[in-house]
Design a protein. Structure first.
Lengths: 106, 377
């Protein structure tokens, strides 16, 4: 389990990049959900933590591939392969990422 | 509609086929492509694929699962030679024809060539890239004619391969007509900082056995010459179709031609007098064109994001919107001499463009917020 940040450091609509390896992006959606995915776009070397968060999707900042934060699946070209997803837990105001990828998103 | 012919099997055609299925069309889709290859992505052809660091397989736009779910009837390695709307037929170069109730024109175009440069390399197709890559052996001297995006990316890749590169540009600075003088100077600096011999304001005369002859009479020695001077929309096959062509296929704002069952997408589509030649446009036009094709009328208008990117040397360049060189340029982060910066173009008090060098995060925020478009759906 990796400590990401405190809940206060990650307001809704924001993201944080954990350098890794593997680099992981943690998102706090406007709806209040926390998600963690592999930070590197599967299309080309770009940090998804730098992307545009909309609902539970993040758009890659380079070529606008869209990933579903819940599943890691890309919803449009140019990405074709999913990013890994990670479970997020909050304990006493601190956000943690669990280091094992979810089975359904491998 | 029982069968739709998509003419052109690159990004715009593939995206149209994907959108047809996504929007519930379950009839036949015939995907016609004049290249023998399954659909592939072109941007890496001047970058990682040319450098040899991206595989052929990585270029595929559709994997096995996509191919199975889209259920496309491919006609590859054949050109469309005519559209006969009265008979609802697309004629093909192998003598066959496709009967279709609807047609998506996605024929893109060909790399332009310059008079006197017959036999020089151009770069648009996979085969072009393979031919150029084979020529880029150690020690060759490369001359690139044209410092636009393709020319700059080819020059950058050649430098990464350790080759000597001269870039010849007719304008006073690269991309000056798109970006204006300050940002054009940044592009020039990228070339010079990475050892490319950029020569601007140069008129070329033609190829000679020893290299490139300039209008001044000077010879620029070269073993490999690449011209990157734009493209010509592929519309010849539409002669006699009744469709209006001229610098592309003319459509309304919803990408529908004068025939409601024929739409156009990608580099070839001239909608409302405008035409764009980039990846994002080819991808973003598909949902609108397909919706209007299936509806039988032009109910939706296409709103372009104008987003383009280019990787040159150490720089990731990103541009969004439709700026003019005379717009007011303001630096939001950094300045033109920085290794990374973000600038906006404004006109009449409104932000009309965003440009960034190596700052994808801020660029994306401004692109999505300052340039936010009305919803298209």
């Amino acid at each position: 389990m990796i400590r990401a940040c405190t809940v206060d450091e990650l307001p809704p609509g924001e993201s944080v990049r954990l350098p890794g390896p593997p680099a992981i992006a943690v998102f706090h959606t406007e709806e209040g959900e926390l998600y963690a995915i592999g930070d590197t776009c599967t299309h080309q070397d770009a940090s998804l933590a730098d992307g545009w968060l909309e609902g539970c999707f993040v758009e890659c900042p380079l070529h606008a591939a869209l990933f579903d934060l819940r599943t890691g699946m890309p919803t449009c070209l140019p990405a074709k392969d999913p990013v890994r997803t990670y479970a997020v837990v909050v304990d006493e105001g601190v956000v943690y990422v669990q280091g094992v990828a979810n089975e359904d998103a491998a | 509609m029982k069968r739709i012919a998509v003419v052109g099997a690159s990004l715009a055609g593939v995206r149209a086929a994907q959108e047809l299925r996504a929007q519930g069309y379950d009839g036949g889709i015939v995907l016609i492509g004049d290249e023998p290859h399954l659909p592939y992505d072109r941007p890496p052809l001047s970058k990682a694929f040319l450098a040899g660091t991206a595989s052929r397989e990585s270029l595929e736009l559709l994997d096995a699962g996509d191919l199975a779910s889209l259920a496309l009837d491919f006609r590859l390695g054949v050109r469309a030679t005519a559209l006969e709307p009265a008979d609802r037929r697309v004629l093909l170069s192998d003598g066959t024809s496709v009967h279709a109730d609807g047609v998506v024109i996605a024929t893109g175009g060909r790399a332009r060539t310059l008079p006197g440069f017959e036999g020089a390399h151009t770069l648009r197709t996979l085969d072009d890239a393979l031919a150029l890559r084979a020529a880029l052996v150690p020690g060759v001297r490369v001359v690139v004619v044209g410092a636009g995006f393709i020319g700059a990316e080819v020059a950058s890749t050649c430098r990464s391969l350790g080759l000597d590169v001269v870039v010849l540009e007719a304008l006073a600075a690269p991309l000056e007509r798109v970006l204006g003088p300050s940002l054009a100077a940044v592009c020039a600096r990228l070339h010079l900082d990475h050892g490319t011999d950029l020569r601007c304001g140069v008129q070329v005369a033609g190829l000679s056995p020893a290299g490139v002859e300039l209008a001044s009479g000077e010879l620029v020695p070269a073993d490999v010459v690449v011209t990157g001077v734009g493209m010509t929309p592929a519309t010849e096959w539409l002669a006699g179709s009744g469709l209006k062509v001229g610098n592309g296929v003319h459509t309304d704002e919803g990408l529908v031609t004068s025939l409601p069952q024929v739409v156009a997408v990608g580099d070839v589509a001239r909608y409302g007098g405008r035409r764009h030649e980039h990846w994002t446009n080819a991808s973003e036009q598909a949902p609108v064109a397909v919706a209007n094709l299936l509806a039988g009328h032009s109910g939706q208008a296409y709103l372009p994001s104008g987003y383009v990117w280019s990787d040159q040397y150490s720089g990731t360049l990103q541009l969004a919107g439709h700026p003019r060189p005379d717009d007011t340029l303001s630096f939001v982060d950094g300045d033109p001499s920085s290794a990374s910066f973000v600038a906006t173009f404004s006109r009449d008090g409104a932000t009309v463009g965003v440009f960034a060098l190596n700052n994808a995060k801020l660029f994306t925020r401004l692109r999505r917020q300052a340039l936010r478009r009305p919803a298209t759906v």
